[in-house]
Design a protein around this ligand. Sequence first.
Ligand code: FES
Length: 181
Amino acid sequence: MTKNLSDESDVRAATAPFQAEFPYERDEEAQVTRREFCNFLGLTSAALFVGAAGFAAKAAVDAREAVSLPVARLGDAETLARNSSLNFNYPTERDSAILIRTADGAYHAYGQKCTHLSCPVYYSRDHQRLECPCHEGAFDATTGNVLYGPPPRALDAIELETRDGQVWATGRKPSTPTNGG
Ligand code: FES
């Protein structure tokens, strides 16, 4: 006949033989716990370090890949009138960009996303500068630098080359903060 373990005294009585064979001191248990905790902290720190190193390595690889962008001909650039612009996509179809031909006939191109909150900028023929309609930011058409407004940095530059009278996009150069942003 079996007796149910119904309360604390029953459980203690039932486990007493095992406690006698496998004794432990609560202080020692606490020491082991501290040691285990220290080991845990060490392992966690090592794991975080390895993770951070992995991210840094990936960023370095991505940065290296960023310089090898496709070369693309901007087909309508040659017929673009002076002091005007046209939109294109570079380096992918999802990346809108803007080509500007200034009054002196020079070409400049930039990513079209404003560096403030990503509204698309446009070329103002009247003011001969790039303007952002969202918060009245403006950029220099020949450098992409911020003229005024909230944008924290210049527009990303699209690198151009002219070959036999044809205009080609050859790379994209992210800008760096200029207004402390
Ligand atoms: S998004 Fe261009 S100024 Fe704010």
